[in-house]
Design a protein around this ligand. Structure first.
Ligand code: GLY
Length: 375
């Protein structure tokens, strides 16, 4: 591609969603990925589309998450139509269990504010929980059901987005590392002109930085911290779980292929995404607490990924305050899969000069450091 309309740095779920949606809106798109497409955080995720299970107040972040969640049915259907890949979007909901005295306060206050806010949330007794999920710990005390929290198979999602982007004409360069941003100085303004990579120069007047926890290595603002999450999968026996199951300490995600994912850890260990015995031990303990039979199920896989987190734990979405034509789409932290459909839509709106359907002020790159300078 000679000079694309849009150059995207990062072939994770966010970069692919922007690329696909931009190409469908008529832009010539070049995507650059340092490794293989979708092999980092998006591959490691659990696929929960569960903003309500973790929300303690109604704020712009929860509204962003809920708006993106509401796009998922159509997003999945469009991906199926474009690629023939079913991303296993499931609407069974999430169950959040109280298993100890200390869990009660968190669950009760979540129930209270969401119920008062008119959000669909159900308070269930232990008997009701065990009737719908008989594999769970008989010592469960009570719990919450979030019918509007859903899930998707994140690995199929990546496969589908990759195929859809290619079909829509996106040019994807893998194993290509961006070394620096290229800028011009025009009439007292700094403007993006492309990127320098280990495979040569790519030019474009619009660049999106969507490189997850590697974004900060390409541009100094925002600083993005990798936060390791270790995961494991076991082979479920019957009856399979219907819901995603949470406690305050972990989660269980049932998959249609009969596997059951257990997660996770939250560790600041740099760019190390190996598993550790301590990480596995904590996941096993937390999953066994929710479902005692977890301990004897056959182990299928262990893995870990790096969540991209900025200091205030909010996504960074929008135009760079100092470099015209540079846009950020990073810092999704625990919600990259959930936020992918809406992030793609909003970034393409910004890039094409349309008014985004969501007020992005709370997520503006400018909030992180008013004195951002050109890199
Ligand atoms: N989204 C779940 C996690 O980051 O562990």
């Amino acid at each position: 591609m000679n000079r694309p309309d849009l150059l995207i740095i990062g072939g994770g779920v966010i970069g692919l969603s922007i690329a696909w949606q931009a190409a469908r809106r008529g832009l010539q798109v070049q995507l650059i990925e340092r490794g293989e497409v979708g092999r980092e955080a998006a591959h490691a995720a659990g696929g929960m589309l569960a903003p309500l299970a973790e929300a303690d107040c109604d704020d712009p972040f929860l509204r962003l998450c809920r708006q993106s969640r509401s796009l998922y049915r159509e997003f999945s259907t469009e991906l199926l139509g474009a690629t023939g890949i079913d991303v296993e979007y499931r609407t069974d909901g999430t169950l959040f269990l109280s298993l100890k005295d200390e869990d009660d306060e968190e669950l009760q206050s979540r129930y209270n504010w969401q119920n008062e806010a008119g959000i669909d949330i159900e308070l269930l007794t232990a008997t009701q929980i065990l009737a719908i999920e008989p594999s769970l710990n008989p010592a469960v005390r009570w719990g919450l059901r979030f019918p509007d929290d859903h899930q998707v198979n994140n690995r199929l999602l990546i496969k589908a987005l990759h195929a859809a982007a290619l079909t829509a004409g996106v040019d994807i360069s893998t194993r290509t590392t961006v070394l620096s941003l290229l800028t011009d100085r025009i009439a007292n303004r700094t403007r993006i002109s492309g990127v320098e990579t280990d495979r040569g120069r790519f030019t474009s007047s619009q660049v999106v930085l969507a490189a997850g926890c590697w974004s900060g290595q390409i541009h100094p603002r925002p600083q993005v911290t990798p936060v390791r999450g270790q995961m494991m999968a076991v082979e479920m026996d019957s009856p399979p779980l219907q819901h995603v199951i949470y406690s305050s300490r972990g989660y269980l995600v049932p998959r249609r292929d009969g596997s059951l994912i257990g997660g996770s850890t939250t560790e600041i260990v740099g760019y190390d995404r190996r598993n550790t015995p301590a990480g596995m031990a904590s996941i096993i303990a937390n999953c066994v607490e929710m479902m005692p039979t977890f301990a004897r199920l056959s182990l299928l896989e262990t893995w870990a990924g790096l969540r991209p987190r900025v200091d205030d734990q909010l996504p960074v979405l929008g135009a760079d305050p100092a470099i015209d034509g540079l846009f950020h789409a990073t810092g999704q932290y625990r919600n990259g899969i959930l936020l992918a459909p809406l992030t793609g839509q909003l970034l393409v709106d910004l890039i094409t000069g349309e008014t985004p359907s969501f007020d992005l002020t709370a997520f503006s790159p400018a909030r992180l450091n008013a004195s951002t300078v050109a890199g």
